[in-house]
Design a protein around this ligand. Structure first.
Ligand code: ATP
Ligand code: MG
Length: 553
């Protein structure tokens, strides 16, 4: 059998897989992404599932989507649907292989009975506190439970009663009988089943005992024939336990490979913390455009291709990986630069009156949607004698290198004429309120003869411009590592969103929800999918044109 060559950059996991295919250890590549449906996916999860689906694609195998839904208390269908949508959004497909750990509850139960019968599992009736005490510490061995030597018959009977709902929560648990003095805490007779009189999102009230994650995860992989069980480093210490279960049960053994989780600066990634941000209303929801969740990034306007590029670019390794948020933002810019239509919008307007342009004329200038991609077409841009430019593009006393507008200076209006500032009008406080300019009407689409005009600025036609709401998003946290602060809530950036208005060219008024534009010289903006109404778009700033944080450091 020939080994398909991976199409993309290699990493240590690809190397392991290639070697196994060559040696014949595995002839197939079957991976899985196993989220717990207890929250929305974030960019860290994207790293994990891009890796799993990506490996399957590269090696002609398949990747399963399996919900590890062993905890009925925190899990919900809302999350299941959201997770499916997020994985699809990044362009991955699990085909027939949508699975739930809860589909295997019958099998897990039978395996638990099998281990009891083999003398490898027992029902413990200590209180939770006693169990904690007897577990020992990293430096002290644990102590055997007084119930450890129960007979197989008694264990079978008790476990049956646990299953039949004869005991209240927390009175008994089923434990694996391994080694209370093991230096690996995970092997100190870990819990396999607990009593939980709780309604499960899929199995309803069928069960009142539920397998622990550690008793379900490895066996779920085994049932599905997963050849590579790829997970994050914190599961390294669990591997001996998973191997123990697989060996004692005599079932197919997946190969577990651990990699370092993604940590992103200016972000928190723990689901518990993200949930708190939502519940305590620090953000408007899981899909707040400032959240590191995929629903948030989608609403913010991050293209899925940018997230995939990011996941490729950061690579996969064993060492703790801290990635600066600017790396992700750069991937977003690169992608949007290629695809986003250009539009003109003025956030901080300053009026310009063209003294030599007919007052009753409204021209419709032809402007390309994308300067480098003529096949993306053009739109009409209204032009008249009254315009708005951005305040930042004018300086009364500009330094030499300021290639924008100043008294007596010339500048090109993007997609229009070259203008010259002839007069500066101020109000009684001395603030500039208007510029009177002349236009060189011979410069539409061509350069003037005999002089060079370097600067280009954006503008809108005063009467035809439409006022829209914009939200200027910035990083959610002001600290590089919010978890370092005593309380990560204190590290929130109070300026993570500013609401403002913009004057935009009229073609933007009926822009479709979710579409991203480059407001030329300003940034990328996406029509908010929730708060926009027909004819009344709200724009989210997706990303600035340049990394404005780099110079602050
Ligand atoms: P928790 O288990 O605390 O609820 P979790 O983020 O581990 O949170 P899971 O649903 O168990 O959530 O994660 C699904 C998969 O995504 C796991 O294989 C996990 O290792 C992986 N994963 C989670 N966070 C990251 C991250 N920051 N980087 C890479 N992979 C991650
Ligand atoms: Mg987890």
């Amino acid at each position: 059998m020939s080994t398909p060559e991976p199409a993309v950059t290699s990493n240590f996991i690809r190397t392991i897989i290639s070697e196994n295919l060559q040696s014949g250890k595995h002839s197939q590549v079957i991976t899985r992404f196993p989220p717990e449906p207890n929250g929305y996916l974030h960019i860290g999860h994207a790293k994990s599932f891009s890796l799993n689906f990506g490996l399957a694609e590269d090696f002609g195998g398949r990747c399963h989507l399996r919900f590890d839904d062993t905890n009925p208390v925190k899990e919900e269908d809302e999350y299941v649907e959201a997770i499916k949508a997020d994985v699809r959004w990044l362009g991955f497909d699990w085909g027939e292989h949508l699975h739930f750990a809860s589909d295997y509850f019958d099998q897990f139960y039978l395996w638990a009975v099998q281990l009891i019968k083999a003398g490898k599992a027992y029902v413990d009736s200590q209180t939770a506190e006693q169990m904690r005490e007897n577990r020992g510490t990293l430096t002290a061995p644990g102590i055997n439970s007084p119930y450890r030597e129960r007979s197989i018959e008694e264990n079978l009977e008790l476990f049956d009663k646990m299953k039949n709902g004869e005991f209240p929560d927390g009175t008994h648990i089923l434990r694996a009988k391994i080694e209370m003095s093991s230096p690996n805490m995970n092997l100190r007779d870990p819990a396999m089943y607990r009593i939980l009189h709780a309604h499960h999102h899929r199995t309803g009230d069928k069960w009142c005992i539920y397998p622990m994650y550690d008793f379900a995860h490895g066996q779920g992989d085994s049932i599905e024939g997963v050849t590579y069980s790829i997970c994050t480093l914190e599961f390294e210490d669990h591997r001996p336990l998973y191997d123990w279960f697989i060996k004692e049960l005599g079932i197919f053994a997946p190969q577990q490979i651990e990699f370092a989780r993604l940590n992103l600066s200016y972000t928190v990634m723990s689901k518990r913390k993200l949930l708190q941000l939502v519940n305590d209303k620090h953000v408007s929801g899981w899909d707040d455009p400032r959240m590191p969740t995929l629903v948030g990034m989608r609403r913010r306007g991050y293209p899925p291709a940018a997230i995939r590029t990011f996941c490729e670019r950061i690579g996969v390794g064993k060492g703790a990986s801290w990635i600066d948020l600017s790396v992700l933002e750069e991937c977003v810019r690169e992608q949007l630069n290629k695809s986003a239509f250009r539009r003109q919008a003025v956030l901080n307007p300053l009026k310009v009156t063209l003294t030599n342009y007919p007052t009753d004329k409204i021209a419709a200038l032809e402007a390309p949607n994308h300067p480098q991609q003529p096949d993306l077409g053009t739109r009409k841009l209204p032009f008249s004698h009254e315009l708005y430019i951005d305040r930042d593009d004018f300086m009364e006393d500009p330094p030499k290198k300021f290639f924008r507008l100043g008294p007596g200076r010339e500048v090109r209006l993007r997609n229009a004429y070259i203008i010259k500032c002839e007069e500066v009008i101020k109000d009684e406080n001395g603030e500039v309120i208007e510029l009177k300019c002349s236009a060189d009407l011979d410069t539409l689409g061509k350069n003037p003869v005999g002089r060079k005009v370097k600067g280009i600025i954006h503008w809108v036609s005063a009467d035809q411009a439409e006022k829209v709401d914009v939200r200027l998003y910035d990083r959610l946290f002001k600290e590089e590592n919010p978890d370092k602060a005593e309380n990560y809530i204190d590290a929130l950036n109070p300026e993570s969103v500013k609401t403002s208005t913009a004057l935009v060219e009229p073609s933007l008024l009926d822009a479709e929800k979710g579409t991203t534009f480059q407001f030329e010289r300003v940034g990328y903006f996406t029509v908010d999918s929730k708060d926009s109404q027909s004819g009344k778009p709200v724009f989210n700033r997706t990303v600035t044109l340049r990394d404005t944080w780099a110079k602050l450091k």
